[in-house]
Design a protein around this ligand. Structure first.
Ligand SMILES: Cc1cc2nc3c(=O)[nH]c(=O)nc-3n(C[C@H](O)[C@H](O)[C@H](O)COP(=O)(O)OP(=O)(O)OC[C@H]3O[C@@H](n4cnc5c(N)ncnc54)[C@H](O)[C@@H]3O)c2cc1C
Ligand code: SF4
Ligand code: SF4
Length: 815
């Protein structure tokens, strides 16, 4: 007599298992299969082309009714199994019908995770898992309007592309900073985002949905930053969870998925499991390839071949959006002992990265050109030693001695209208034609004829590269001083190109400027983070992981591993309440040292890392915020008592210092910035060795800049004299903004002014009223996004994970 094989779930994995079993010619079982969905087995992966209209349901059916009949399979569609009675070896459906088994196969797949935000049950909120979901989405698309897809993973992007092809206005919201972060590194994710946006789909990363708004039907989505986006349809594509309820209720061992052995047996030897509901070797899979490997093993085992075992899978991913070539396999995390080989072609939108360990391929990310994905998969799966072809492996299987990479390709690829010299508004086309038509052969020639590089000088290297591109070997450029080993470009080139090419993220800079490493290094990442932050206020989101540890933790690490905490004291003024709060904090957290700093602040030294948040919370409660004593930004404004108390005082130096500090705090700058205001030329607050100093005089204020009193000692130079406090504010903010826009990362004001010329700074800030006012305005504009107390953000829970830093950047690298 035949054994009874009952299958719960008529999806891709179960269907494949039966196919494998019948292909073996096995007829030992009477098979009954239950499927909750009211239809036969279809190719779930192809729901994306069905949604986009590129395919019809009929075209994606895997097993039609005829197939079940031919193979004597008793197919029960639209039947949900609600219980497994292991003792009596029966399954029971929703209507109470019982079916006995000798062997049971659980193939219940996964269910889509729905974020339990307010409004998730409104009409118009759908998931993307089965044909019914696709029908709902297509109905919505027929009515037109706005669709929001929550989730920028494989499924979300396919849904977004499909809905857009159906004529909807689509926005993708993604919680993480980059799309498909589990499959792609940031460089490939950047290219993907760019491509998606070029198709007219909006992408908002770091978007956390707070609420779905609507009475009965969805009307909008609110993000936790307060933004509201209109929506006629919301698709939740934020992940899947293995469907384990039935198995768990039957007492089978379940973790995230149903625990299975190498024979795909559950904790009950008569019950097997296959598909996305399985957990094997701590892995649950969400792609078809591993499920099919499992199905093959089960079929062999059921057929009596117990030598077949499932030992886990290496998965690879491709996105099924027409026109986007993307492939990822294996592990691409950076780790000790791993090396990366990278190929970037900015013009072609190509990025390839191979990750090697012990001369073997362990991961690959390909974007823009995926022709060699099969070959790379083979190398990876077979563990091929690639030391012989190391130099050429990245070029692919058919490489016959490809062209060398051109370090100037980024400049060559710039369009003619790209602005090279921002100060004088000179574009690439003008420079190149001047070089050719006027026979120019040096940077000085270009300066004279076009004015490019005649002002701040940050574009000099770009001009040299244009000369080199135009004149070839006959131009002899100076030895380049690259920003770091990841790029041949100088800081100034990078700053200029960020603006010229409108690059708005670190991956964008690295791809478009053809970085030679995948994720940069401890030198370039913080610099790029600063350049982007200062160039695109309000648009670029600070990348905390690209900061040095002190800035990441908002406290200075000390040599014994504890931290120093310095609350802000505006202009060096404090109060009994603040002092009491500081004393209480010192007592409560047993802080060993309390010291007055050179900048007139109180430093709590020796705070334990685990106490930092509590210390900040207590200081916040007493009205104090971070003093940014760790920041490449405004540190302190030191003041003297001025005319309120001192008989020599000419102006309210303390009040002005407070005003300056309240205006400038929070602003990120290339390096630290210290200010001082003295009430008279006796200069008790030492304003003439600060980055910016103000000396109050009878007639008003003498403004100074470019001093230093650290490793280098340098007196300030005079900027100009002004008569009112308002002028002090305008000139100072304009000066700081000019420095923010032109300074190279870690370059103090005195070094920047020396490089571009102290006179030029005066020309811009003092002589050119219009430019001064514009710079000052830009400074104030940026401040609205920056004056947020980082301590309070931490206390409120933001970036709490930073206390377990992911990629510590060594402090030495900052020097
Ligand atoms: C839109 C989309 C695109 C995809 N693209 C890709 C891709 O490009 N590449 C890739 O590898 N993978 C892709 N996948 C994933 C792939 O489709 C799944 O990995 C695969 O379908 C899982 O197979 P399964 O049999 O485990 O589960 P399923 O195919 O979900 O089948 C499980 C079935 O069991 C039924 N069921 C559950 N509980 C019960 C019960 N109690 N009683 C009766 N029936 C029950 C369910 O209704 C379902 O029909 C995609 C998935 C989707 C949704
Ligand atoms: S700088 Fe002048 S005004 Fe200020 S405390 Fe010293 S003497 Fe007095
Ligand atoms: S002067 Fe030197 S030793 Fe003293 S706090 Fe500054 S860096 Fe440390």
């Amino acid at each position: 007599m035949k054994k009874k094989l009952v299958v719960i779930g008529n999806g891709m994995a179960a269907g494949h298992m039966l196919e494998e079993l019948f292909d073996r010619g096995n007829t030992d079982y009477d098979v009954t299969i239950f499927g909750k969905e009211p239809r036969v087995n279809y190719n779930r992966m192809m729901l994306s082309p069905v949604l986009s209209g590129e395919k019809k349901y009929e075209e994606i059916i895997i097993h039609d009714e005829e197939w079940y009949k031919t193979n004597n399979v008793d197919l029960r569609t639209g039947v949900n199994i609600s219980k497994i009675d292991r003792e009596n070896k029966k399954v029971i459906d929703d209507d109470g019908n019982e079916t006995s088994y000798d062997k049971l196969l659980i193939a219940t797949g996964s269910y889509p995770f729905i974020i339990p935000v307010v409004g998730h049950k409104l009409k118009g909120v759908v998931s993307f898992r089965d044909l019914d979901d696709v029908d709902l989405m297509q109905e919505a698309a027929n009515r037109g309007g706005k669709a929001i897809v929550i989730g920028g993973g494989l499924l979300g992007l396919e849904a977004a592309a499909g809905l857009q092809m159906q004529g909807m206005d689509v926005t993708v919201l993604h919680l993480m900073p980059t799309l498909m972060e589990r499959q792609l590194d940031s460089a490939a994710a950047y290219l993907l985002e760019k491509e998606i946006e070029q198709r007219g789909i909006k992408v908002i990363t770091r978007a956390n949905t707070e609420k779905i708004i609507g009475d009965e039907h969805v009307e909008a989505i609110r993000l936790d930053d307060g933004r509201e986006l209109e929506a006629d349809l919301v698709v939740m594509a934020v992940g899947i969870r293995p469907e384990v309820k039935l198995a768990a209720e039957a007492g089978l061992m379940v973790n995230r998925g149903i625990l299975a052995s190498d024979h795909l047996q559950t904790s009950d030897p008569d019950i097997l499991t296959v598909g996305e509901c399985v957990e094997h070797g701590s892995e649950c899979y969400g792609l078809v390839a591993p499920l099919y490997e499992m199905a093959k093993v089960i079929a062999a085992n059921l057929d009596g071949d117990m030598s077949a075992k499932y030992t886990g899978s290496v998965t690879s991913t491709k996105l099924k959006v027409t026109g986007i070539d993307l492939f990822s396999i294996g592990d691409f995390a950076e780790d000790e002992g791993r090396e990366g080989i990278i190929l970037r072609d900015a013009a072609g939108g190509i990025y390839k990265r191979l990750i090697l360990e012990d001369n073997k391929l362990v991961g690959a990310v390909l974007y823009g050109e995926t022709g060699d994905s099969t070959w790379f998969t083979q190398l990876l799966r077979e563990g091929t030693d690639i030391s012989e072809m190391r130099e050429t492996v990245i070029f692919g299987q058919n490489f016959q001695g490809g062209p060398p990479l051109d370090p100037m390709a980024a400049v060559a690829a710039l369009p003619d209208e790209a602005e090279i010299c921002g100060c004088n508004g000179v574009c690439k086309g003008k420079i190149v034609s001047a070089i050719k038509e006027k026979g120019l052969s040096s940077v000085d020639d270009v300066r004279v004829h076009t004015k490019a590089s005649a002002s701040c000088g940050t574009c000099t290297n770009l001009v040299e590269q244009l000369l080199s591109l135009s004149l070839g070997d006959s131009f002899n450029p100076n030895a380049p001083k690259p920003m770091c080993p990841c790029t041949p470009l100088e800081h100034g080139d990078v700053r200029r190109l960020i603006v010229a090419k409108e690059l708005k993220s670190i991956p964008a800079v690295m791809q478009e400027l053809e970085w030679e490493t995948s994720c940069g290094c401890a030198k370039c990442r913080p610099a790029l983070n600063y350049y982007l932050l200062s160039t695109w206020p309000g648009e670029y989101v600070d990348d905390n992981q690209s900061r040095f540890v002190n800035e990441r933790l908002h406290a200075n690490i000390q040599k014994d591993g504890t931290y120093s905490v310095v609350p802000r004291m505006w202009g060096g003024i404090t109060s009994p309440e603040e002092l009491r709060a500081i004393a209480d904090v010192a007592d409560k957290y047993k802080i060993p040292t309390v010291k007055v700093t050179g900048g007139q602040r109180i430093d709590l030294l020796g705070v334990k890392k685990e106490d930092l948040t509590d210390v900040w919370a207590d200081l916040n409660n007493a009205g104090m915020i971070s003093g940014h004593a760790y920041a490449k930004g405004l540190r302190t404004v030191k003041t003297c008592v001025g005319k309120d108390w001192c008989r020599f005082g000419t102006q309210d130096s303390t009040g002005l210092g407070i005003k300056l500090e309240r205006t400038l705090w929070g602003s990120w700058t290339p390096a630290k910035v210290k200010l001082a205001v003295s009430g008279c030329p006796r200069n008790c607050s030492e304003a003439t060795c600060k980055d910016v100093g103000v000396i109050c005089v009878d007639s008003g204020y003498e403004l100074h800049f470019g001093g230093a009193a650290g490793l280098d000692i340098k007196g300030t130079e005079i900027l100009c004299n002004v008569t009112t406090e308002d002028e002090v504010m305008e000139y100072t903010t304009a000066l700081i903004q000019l420095y923010r826009e032109e300074g190279y990362y870690l370059e103090r004001i005195y070094k920047w002014a020396k490089r571009v010329g102290f006179d030029r700074v005066r020309e811009v800030i003092v002589d050119d009223e219009e430019q001064r006012k514009t710079l000052s305005k830009r400074f104030y504009h940026a401040q609205q996004f920056l004056q947020i107390d980082p301590w309070k953000e931490f206390v409120d829970g933001k970036d709490a994970h930073e206390f377990a830093p992911i990629k510590p950047i060594p402090l030495e690298a900052a020097q």
